[in-house]
Design a protein around this ligand. Structure first.
Ligand code: PLP
Length: 375
């Protein structure tokens, strides 16, 4: 049987990984400054992570959400205290798109409305409402296109207010730092205004923290760089360090009822073990502070290279903007310097999404390679 060919592939086959390093089937090592697309938060195969998941698998890996699973509550308590969102409630699912799909559905149940406001260059996933709220018509099938979504420019509270005033809006969905779109950020003022405007117009602000959350921006959630208080916060990617898990945090004014949301696999025992290990490592290795320190170091080193026009993003969700398209440079980084980096919708942007415990010496390898290639 052939695989359904939807991914353009690099001819590289990683078979092992540790920390920020991948090893391929020829024994060649690669520095991973891409994190499998912002997924690797605490480093590949972190010993605490391997131990927690391994130990859990010896006991019980899965049972359905029809029985008690105390690991979910333990995870919720730890997540609540580390994120500062202890007064929210947690629903666990399996991916970023599913988290946003549930967030949008819940916002619609809660408000009784169906209009969604999203932003230019947004990416929220590939499922029904999530893809409809994604600013990329190329991945929206006719089946998905019937959702009522309005796209606005980022950081224009006047336009947001005007659109909310028309009524019928269930959700405003916003990435604190746009990932796929190219690292434009919602300003703290705009995030704060969006939060107030949603509350005053009875809409739910959904903070899409799938990529920028779980410490990547140097705060636990990227919206926490502002004074916003979202109605729903969606999470995935770094949450499981590669284990497929997602979730939403739900403010106390949005009510639960049995059957409102549900999933077979969400919150299973192995997923809980993975997320708990991630939270333990973020806390014990003080990775939020480390990410902020590494951002400062990265910006300092980037300042030594005149071809870098701008460093975009926050924490360890960073992008180097050049005044040329970076596809060839990225290929040279991978095939000559053995360094993985990421691309974006903005073709002049090289994305850097390393593990949150990346070391300065590892970032130095990128700058040495860039200096050589851009000389
Ligand atoms: N939201 C954001 C901000 C993302 O960057 C992504 C994936 O890149 C998603 C949602 C969708 O996540 P997933 O691929 O896990 O469905």
């Amino acid at each position: 049987m052939e695989l359904f060919d939807v991914y353009p592939l690099y001819d590289i086959t990683p078979i092992e990984a540790l920390g920020s390093w991948l090893t391929d089937n020829n024994g060649q090592k690669y520095l991973d400054l891409y994190g499998g697309h912002a997924v690797i938060s605490i480093g590949h195969s972190h010993p605490r992570y391997v131990e927690r998941i391994g130990r859990q698998l010896q006991k019980i890996g899965f049972y359905s959400n029809s029985v008690q699973n105390p690991l979910q509550q333990r995870l919720a308590d730890r997540l609540g205290s580390l994120s500062g969102c202890g007064d929210y409630r947690l629903f666990l699912c399996n991916s970023g798109a599913e988290a946003n799909e549930n967030a949008l559905k819940l916002a619609s149940f809660h408000t009784g409305h169906s209009r969604v406001i999203a932003f230019h260059n947004s990416f929220h996933g590939r499922t029904s409402a999530a893809v409809a709220a994604t600013d990329n018509p190329g991945i929206v099938a006719p089946l998905n296109a019937n959702h009522e979504v309005v796209f606005l420019p980022l950081n224009r509270p006047d336009l947001l207010e005007h659109e909310l005033e028309k009524g019928g809006v269930c959700a405003v969905i916003l990435e604190g730092i746009q990932g796929v779109g190219g690292l434009d950020s919602a300003s703290p003022e705009f995030y704060g205004a969006a939060s107030r405007l949603c509350d005053s117009h009875g809409a739910v602000l959904i903070a899409d923290e799938v990529q920028c959350g779980f410490g990547r921006s140097g705060k636990f959630f990227a919206y926490q760089h502002s004074g916003a208080r979202p109605g729903i916060i969606s999470m995935a990617k770094g949450m499981g360090n590669g284990f497929p898990v997602g979730g939403i945090l739900i403010r106390e004014d949005i009510r639960a009822s049995h059957g409102l949301l549900g999933t077979t696999f969400g919150g299973n025992h192995l997923a809980c073990a993975a997320v708990t290990a991630v939270l333990e490592v973020i806390e014990s290795e003080d990775l939020l502070a480390h990410a902020r320190g590494m951002e400062a170091y990265f910006r300092e080193r980037a300042g030594e290279i005149p071809a870098i026009r701008e460093v975009k993003g926050k924490g360890l969700m960073l992008g180097l903007r050049f005044d040329f398209e970076v596809a060839d440079l990225r290929k040279k980084l991978i095939f000559e310097h053995r360094i993985f980096t990421g691309s974006a919708k903005n073709k002049n942007l090289l994305r850097i999404l390393p593990a949150l415990n990346v070391q300065p010496e590892e970032l130095d390898l990128l700058f040495a390679a860039l200096k050589k290639e851009l000389a």
